[in-house]
Each structure stands twice: as C-alpha cells, then as structure tokens.
Design a protein around this ligand. Structure first.
Ligand SMILES: Nc1nc2c(ncn2[C@@H]2O[C@H](COP(=O)(O)OP(=O)(O)O)[C@@H](O)[C@H]2O)c(=O)[nH]1
Ligand SMILES: [Mg+2]
Length: 216
C-alpha cells in the first residue's frame, strides 16, 4: 500500500513537471482531412458547451488561456490539438462542445460526423475524457455522448467539473449519481474524477491519469 502511494506521488510529480513544460497549440481541424498525422497518443476532451473544458485544459497545463487562445468565437466546430513534451510525448484534443440548443441542423450534423469519425476511427486515440458539470450531474446529452463512446474502441473517464460550485453534501449526491451512470456504460471507467479548475481540486490526479493513459 505504501509502495502504491509512493508510486502515485512519483507519477503526479512527473505529470506536473511535464505539464508545466512545453505545451503548444498545434492546429485546428475543421474537417477530417485536416487532422494531423497520428504520430503520438492523443487524449480527447469532450463535454457540453460551457461545461468548463477550456478551464480544465488551462488548469491541467497551468496556463491562463492556452485553450482559449486558439478557439475564436464562432469557430467552435473544430478539433483543437495541443502538443505536450519536448519532443512531443502526447497530444490533448479539445473537442467541440455539444448541447448547443440553437445550432442549425446542418451544423449539428457536421459536428456529429466529425466527432464520431474521429472518436471511432482514430488509431492514436489513447483515452477520452467526458466532462460533466458537477452542479447538474449527467444530462441526456451527456448520456448520449457516453452511449456513442461505448461503441468506440477506447474506454473513457468521466470527469466532474466546477466541484467548487456546490456544497459538499450536494457534491456527494452528484458523485454517487455520476458513478451510477458510469456503471451503466460498458466503456466508462467505474471511478470518476472530481475536479475544480478554479480551486485546483483533482488536477494533479487527473494529470497523472492522462500520463498513464498516454503511456508515457
Ligand atoms: N467556479 C468555477 N467556475 C468554472 C470552473 N471551470 C469553469 N468555470 C466557469 O464556467 C464557464 C465556462 O467555462 P469554459 O472553460 O469556458 O467552458 P467550455 O465552454 O466548456 O470551454 C466560465 O465562466 C468559467 O469561468 C470551475 O472549476 N469553477
Ligand atoms: Mg471552451
């Protein structure tokens, strides 16, 4: 047990060092043909619009605005790639947010095609993270996403965001509900992550998980 804890601390230290080193924006892919060559493992971040995806990416990388820097408003239908390590060890992929109620059908169709094809067919995809707002727990759009991911080849982690926004007693209930949801999905990890980009909660653990998932 002590050994396990020591190994975990070691991994978190290595993860923290790596994430505070080189992290560079690589490119935005609005269509499949613009995807970069799959030369290293990729970790994809999915979630509803406003779930806190950019904030989480910034917290993980210890940057103020790496995720926002490249994502100009109105161009949210792209996959944004960031490289970590020098030389590059793995990539973080900021997926377009879902659940935008007023988007035209054509935009939603395009989104579905791009995201599905990437998530289902990408050889380099090492893990997907599905972000869920801790204030609400899984909603129908999150369940739909998880069901779609059950059909992909890689398993995914469910990550609660904005955990600082609710009381501890409420958070316990949301965690239980989210774990129950995860257990219903064949490709979801049973253990979920609880994070706050604002307070740094769960960030070292998630960095370590990403490193382990990327196999570095
Ligand atoms: N209190 C709190 N607010 C957060 C947290 N993460 C994101 N937010 C806020 O939630 C809103 C949406 O965050 P953003 O990262 O842009 O979401 P995205 O649309 O998923 O990229 C912003 O106003 C953030 O400041 C968090 O951990 N705690
Ligand atoms: Mg964003």
């Amino acid at each position: 047990m002590a050994e396990e804890a020591a190994a975990r601390v070691q991994l978190e230290k290595r993860a923290s060092k790596l994430f505070s080193g080189r992290v560079d924006f690589l490119l935005s892919a609005p269509q499949l043909r613009f995807l970069p060559d799959p030369t290293c493992p990729e970790i994809a971040f999915c979630g509803r619009s406003n779930v806190g995806k950019s904030s989480l990416l910034n917290a993980l990388t210890g940057r103020r605005s790496i995720a926002r820097a490249s994502v100009t408003p109105g161009r949210t239908q792209e996959l944004n790639f960031f490289e970590v390590g020098e030389p590059t060890l793995f990539r973080l992929v900021d997926m377009p947010g879902y659940g935008f109620a007023k988007a035209p059908l054509k935009v939603v169709d395009n989104w579905k095609k791009l995201v599905r094809t990437y998530l289902r067919g990408r050889q380099a995809l090492a893990r997907t993270l599905v972000l869920v707002d801790a204030r609400h727990g899984p909603k129908d759009v999150d369940r739909d996403m998880m069901t779609m991911l059950d059909e992909t080849a890689v398993s995914y982690r469910v990550v609660l965001t904005k955990a600082d926004k609710i009381k501890a007693s409420e958070l316990e209930k949301i965690i239980a509900a989210t774990e129950a949801e995860a257990r219903k999905h064949t490709a979801a990890y049973p253990a979920i992550h609880v994070t706050s980009a604002e307070k740094g909660m769960g960030i070292p653990e998630l960095r370590a998980a990403v490193l382990a998932d990327a196999g570095v």
